[in-house]
Design a binder for this molecule. Structure first.
Ligand SMILES: C[S@@+](CC[C@H](N)C(=O)[O-])C[C@H]1O[C@@H](n2cnc3c(N)ncnc32)[C@H](O)[C@@H]1O
Length: 249
């Protein structure tokens, strides 16, 4: 499903900092926000890459999805950290990234990202100083992904449920981060059931802290037969770790 709901307001024009965009319906209620940024801080990215390597060490190929990917900051972050940290990044790449909002996917074609000084230093820190192996400057306030990382992410316009319905059963990782509060409760349950059908015992479901805080998704996942995974023990008890990575049981 494409986002073809009549909208009255974008808080900024394209190209824009995705994290300032808010889409409202004719009733002026927020439909969703595209809020995102590189290496969004509700995951320990290098620990996730290490966990993926260990967890899937016996798998030849793992399908990785970034659902509700917004402007692509999320899948590019994961692709970059896999390139830097994984013993076998090709196993996980390319990442299949999708969002139902066709406007936000258009910004990916342009592929230029505004970054503040703070975001740039977070990018440099997360990549251990190797940011410019994968990104280049486009003037002082913008970066763009280089060809070598662009090829690691395939973008499409698709609703979360359709994406999961088309996924294959097997070894897979579903990043489904920070969009669940925009779904009605029944649609959350429907999506969780579809995910469960496509996941095997190794598969991972990754959610965000917004999902936990605004939708109490951790409780819903527990009630639907998912268990929380300790993927970053050194960060145990923090928001970056708690209830963000899940398996089915
Ligand atoms: C707050 S952003 C999160 C972006 C990214 N996942 C992150 O955590 O940084 C939410 C994104 O989910 C998308 N979204 C909301 N509902 C969706 C749905 N049913 N199917 C696909 N994408 C959806 C929105 O268009 C928006 O780009």
């Amino acid at each position: 499903m494409n986002l073809n709901i009549p909208c009255i307001s974008y808080t900024s024009k394209i190209p824009f900092g995705a994290n300032t965009r808010e889409v409202r319906g004719l009733d002026n209620k927020v439909i969703h926000r595209n809020t995102t940024w590189f290496f969004r801080s509700d995951l320990v990215w290098d620990d996730l890459a290490a966990y993926m390597d260990e967890n899937f060490k016996n798998s030849k190929k793992v399908d990785v999805y970034s659902i509700g990917c917004s402007d692509g900051s999320e899948p590019y972050s994961l692709a970059t950290i896999l390139r830097l940290k994984s013993a076998n990044p090709a196993k996980f790449l390319p990442i299949m990234a999708s969002d139902y909002d066709s406007e936000i996917i258009k910004t990916v074609e342009n592929g230029v990202y505004p970054v503040t000084i703070g975001e740039r230093s977070a990018l440099i820190r997360n990549t251990g100083g190797r940011l410019y192996n994968y990104f280049e400057n486009d003037g002082p306030n913008f970066i763009k992904p280089k060809k070598n990382i662009k090829k690691d992410v395939n973008f499409s316009i698709s609703d979360a449920i359709s994406t999961v319905e088309e996924a294959k059963y097997g070894d897979n990782v579903f990043l489904c981060r920070n969009f669940w509060p925009y779904l009605r409760f029944n649609d959350r349950i429907k999506l969780i059931k579809r995910l469960k059908e496509k996941m095997n015992e190794n598969s991972l479901l990754v959610i965000g802290t917004y999902d936990r805080h605004a939708a109490m998704l951790d409780r819903t996942l527990q009630s639907q037969g998912f268990k929380n995974i300790e993927y970053a023990p050194e960060h145990s008890g923090t928001d970056m770790h708690y209830y963000t990575v899940w398996k089915k049981y």
